[in-house]
Ligand binder design. Structure first.
Ligand code: PRX
Length: 654
């Protein structure tokens, strides 16, 4: 297709465009072998073993894979340490003075950098602090911290001791923190006085105190002074990070961990109200991160790598902290928002720090796109050489806008599909080889074997088609179990088709070239601005309010956020619906389930559409909220209710 034709196309055809890897990029790419997929398929254990050899092991493995479906063990018998691999190993190779971490604060003049030597010192000291608080191999530590360097330092300190960290996103509410502490039964909580972000302040210590009333396992709270504001400190329980660090030794040996020892737990939303404690183990997780950071994100020694995700989510764990540090790279951690103090902030950070790789979410790209190129124009973005996208489907228009305006048409865009459960990137281009198609995550990473399942015929789809995404062979960074609940792990992921096939809960399409496009979740999970939210958790927050008898939450299409939550409630007998009540209910959700979970609208209806078996027909509510036709209502216990709900909703919409 000619350039002219391409440019003349309507936006809905952008997905048909193709982009070859830029010549300069392709010549220098870390992976340049077009046969690599075939080679990895011929011997996938051998392929992953090759990557394992890129890490430092105290003792090599005896067996690459022990697959006892659905439980996998990788690099069986191998001994290693994550913090050693991220720090000491590079220092031994003469990189001690290289910048490991660049921290950029919420206020533009607030910055700090750490070399590999400096980071190791901080990590070792904090590991000793934790040791003094009784933490050792196999113990759990909860981290409820803003985007400050102490968060990666605390994670690496846990890793050094073989302790299991559970990072709790700092925008979560006290109730959410309580639930996550109680599930891992940690004895130590690390938090901060306050969290400044986008010019406003969250009182993290206050939140922690509120959470701890119902989280009795915590014996010690270590508080980072982020703003220095005076906060209540409980005698005998609470201590300041800086005071503890003053006397800590900077020598701490890295614990030899078994490849299959637990590394960390990270909670993610599932289709029930109870979050899932996704457990990753040390060896396999690190191997896949090294492979994907090197090949998909094409990490180079002089890269300045900026992953904009919060460390409270898996993307931050894998590609802000562990992936870049495993590769001896320089990772940039940014505390703020894209719009504070104004909307030129991101471009200025790119220019100032000469960022080479930007890895962000489609929501952020769409927010920029909406403002036009203005905010980008004052900054020199020519240091960028690779762009990444993660967390939600990227629409072709946003993809092309990102490619043209951030990337100046010289940077490949890698749209990377993966999940908290997969630990690392699964479907994504190899930017030096793959012909890109806007909106498509393209092909599986070599050694990963996705497929499409036809739910009606109960068969795998051959060739082009669409269906439920599966992964048909184990992979190194797969979640090993849900925290202390192997039964739920099996039931959630390996019961739909068989105990050998990972059922993803995403829908996907595959085209005639074998390219995958992920279309979105097919369970009761919403993806709002790249954040994974459980409809049930929001429903629970609503029914917690005295005015609500029953609630159903669905996701509607949203231009900016991808999806937005919308709620339908049945009010208690004597309650009057009105603007004030709606606001109150939205506030209740913010308090209980966090601000990102806030529904855009709450409609009050007489009844909810239920099937004979009592299941809420969410699709119908979705059609109503989006102003579409009702569609087939025959499976409803009372089909006439559909029209009543539609009428009531329409009245409240105006
Ligand atoms: O629906 C998919 C979507 O995000 C879900 C995973 O969310 P989480 O575990 O929070 O991890 C997000 C970061 C890896 C998936 O089930 N998702 C993630 N990446 C993409 C995506 N959807 C489309 N395209 C992607 N690149």
């Amino acid at each position: 297709m000619s350039e002219e034709q391409q440019n003349g196309q309507q936006s809905e055809d952008l997905g048909q465009r193709t982009y070859e890897p830029p010549e300069e990029f392709a010549k220098n790419a870390n992976c340049q072998d077009p046969e690599i997929w075939n080679k990895a398929a011929e011997d996938y254990e051998g392929f992953w073993e090759g990557w394992a050899k890129e890490l430092h092991w105290f003792k090599e493995w005896d067996q690459v894979l022990d697959w006892d479906p659905p439980f996998a063990k990788w690099f069986v018998g191998g001994k290693l340490n994550a913090s050693y691999n991220c720090l000491d190993y590079h220092i031994e190779q003469g990189k001690g003075d290289k910048q490991a971490l660049i921290w950029v604060g919420d206020e533009p003049d607030h910055q700090q950098t750490y070399t590999y030597n400096e980071l190791l010192t901080e990590v070792s000291k904090f590991a000793n602090v934790l040791k003094d608080h009784g933490i050792g191999k196999g113990d759990t530590v909860s981290l409820y911290l803003p985007m400050i360097p102490e968060l990666p330092i605390a994670m690496l300190a846990c890793a050094r001791l073989g302790a299991i960290h559970s990072v709790v996103f700092s925008a979560f509410t006290p109730d959410q923190l309580t639930e996550r502490i109680n599930d891992v039964e940690s004895t130590v909580l690390v938090t901060a006085d306050q969290s400044p972000r986008g010019g406003s302040i969250t009182d993290l210590k206050e939140n922690s105190d509120a959470a701890l009333g119902d989280a009795q396992s915590i014996e010690s709270v270590i508080v980072v002074r982020r703003t220095g504001e005076e906060v209540p400190m409980q005698d005998g329980r609470d201590e300041y990070w800086d005071e503890l660090m003053q006397n800590a030794s900077d020598q701490c040996e890295a614990e030899e961990m078994d490849a299959e020892d637990p590394f960390f737990v990270l909670y993610s939303s599932g289709s029930t109200g109870k979050p899932k404690g996704i457990q990753h183990n040390v060896g396999g997780y690190l191997v896949q991160l090294k492979a994907t950071t090197m090949w998909t994100l094409d990490m180079k020694d002089d890269d300045i790598f900026w992953c904009t995700a919060d460390i409270g989510w898996i993307t931050g764990h894998s590609y802000l902290v562990y992936g870049p540090l495993l590769c001896g790279g320089t990772t940039l951690q940014y505390e703020g928002t894209p719009t504070y103090p104004d909307n030129t902030r991101w471009p200025s950070v790119i220019e100032e720090h000469k960022v080479t790789t930007l890895y962000t979410a489609p929501t952020a790209i769409r927010a920029f796109m909406k403002q036009g190129t203005g905010p980008l124009e004052g900054s020199d973005l020519s240091s960028l050489r690779l762009l990444g996208s993660v967390g939600e489907p990227i629409n072709p228009a946003a993809w092309v806008w990102y490619y043209e305006n951030f990337g100046g048409e010289r940077c490949p865009v890698v749209d990377t599909w993966w999940q908290t459960e997969t630990g690392g990137i699964m479907i994504a281009p190899l930017p030096g080889i793959t012909t890109l198609k806007p909106g498509s995550a393209t092909k599986p990473f070599p050694g990963i074997f996705p497929d499409l399942w036809d739910e009606e015929t109960e068969e795998f789809i051959e060739g082009a088609g669409s269906g439920a995404l599966t992964v048909n062979k184990p992979w190194p960074s797969m979640t090993r179990t849900l925290w202390q609940d192997p039964e739920r792990y099996k039931e959630e992921y390996f019961s739909e088709i068989s105990d050998e096939i990972y059922y993803v809960e995403d829908g996907a399409k595959r085209d005639e070239d074998g390219y995958y496009t992920i279309t979105g979740r097919i369970d009761d999970v919403l993806n709002v601005a790249g954040h994974r939210l459980s409809t049930v958790e929001i429903e629970n927050a609503l029914v917690n309010h005295e005015a609500v008898a029953e609630a159903a939450v669905i996701g509607v299409e949203d231009e900016d956020k991808g999806q937005a939550p919308v709620a339908f409630v049945i009010l208690q007998g004597d309650q009057e619906y009105g603007e004030d009540l709606e606001k109150d209910l939205i506030g209740e959700v913010a308090d209980k389930a966090g601000k990102i979970s806030r529904p855009d609208r709450v409609y009050a209806v007489e009844d909810l559409p239920k099937t004979n078996s009592g299941k809420i027909m969410r699709r119908l509510l979705q059609n109503i909220a989006q102003g579409e036709e009702l569609g087939d209502t025959s499976t409803l216990a009372d089909p006439s209710i559909a029209e009543t709900i539609q009428e009531q909703t329409q009245q409240q919409m105006s």
